[in-house]
Design a protein around this ligand. Sequence first.
Ligand code: ASP
Length: 431
Amino acid sequence: MKNIALHWQILIAIVLAAIAGSLSGTEAGIGSLTFHGVYEFIGTIFIKALKMIIVPLIFSSIVVGITGIGRAEDLGRLGAKTIGLYLVTGLLAVLVGLAFVNTVRPGFENGAPVGEQLALQAGAQDVRQNLESSGGFGELVKMFERMVPENVVATASSNGDLLALIFFALLFGFFIARVGDEHAEPLFNFWNAVFQVMMKITEFIMRFAPIGVFGLVASVVAETGFDAVRPLGVFALTVVAALLTHALLVMPLLVWLLARVNPWRLYRAMSPALLTAFSTASSSGTLPVTLDCMEKNAGISNRISSFVLPLGATVNMNGTALYECMAVMFLAQAYGVELGFATQFLIVVSALITSIGVAGVPSASMVAIGMILTAVGIPVEAMGVLFVFDRVLDMLRTSVNVLGDGATALVVARMQGEQTLLAAPAQAHRA
Ligand code: ASP
């Protein structure tokens, strides 16, 4: 299997899991050991491994990102513009996703929730109670209250208090940049080292994805046959539609309005990067190609691209934010819950913030989705079903992530008065 690309391995694993799960069902086995039990065991270990890295990965990634921005003193204005654009495009992406998932409602089929088809019935009653009780304005106020941790160590010891942890990480990173080099240097290096190691661990865990996905998919198929395919297919198509809307409608509009550049030229300049993102499902892995495209094909100065793009590769993830929001909403729907405004708001904010903390490696959003699920009161195990289509969706959302980085770099460059190779001369002097 070693020479086969990971996404093919995962695809093969899904096919094998479908066969194995449907042949064995829940009963078959040897003695008291059922095959279904083995699948569940494998799947559980895989999900637990992903949960294991949530806190250190998100924390170190945010600290490094924020410290990096804060330390680049002369880039203050550039930094503010970049961050502003990253937030705006991220928010737009999440809202596009939210609109699609609320309109299409992939978690319902003929008005009935698809939880049973996805083998999500365990604890459904509790989940419904959890979610239904969290819909009012009071909850929103509580959410902001919860954002300030009482005890950072206690917060970091559970995966449930994500906003509080992120709040502290933001503060921590911000003030590292303000204590003077003597102290800032070792702290930055330390957290950067932690971040690098966590990325490696994520990659390492993802190498086992074919086995983990096999366990997760086989256990769902063993329980429900192929009932899960339809609702998951509908969900996947809804995500694709939302991603395409963001990439082909929202972003071009923004590029046109803010940079006065024909968006088509940006796609053309970025096509090698977009294709690399698609095939590797890793925006960090694509970074060298993105840099090359934006400097050589788009003609953006190195000063801007070398600041905006590396930051964007970990911090700016439009596709990921959109996907996280849709995935959590889909699972809530599958449990039969109509989410109130406050919970939807919590999901939007969490998707936006966690997409900042997600590393640019394959399937990294799964880590963030696990975190948001815990925060809103859905069992993390429910996300197992998402793995069926995750790789394909990951390839697409990574391309959208990279497109967002490139578009932001272009807009920032134009705002800084750069001509770039993409602005037609007639439009350039108007901008
Ligand atoms: N694979 C994505 C990226 O590298 C992250 C994710 O959504 O899983 O951009």
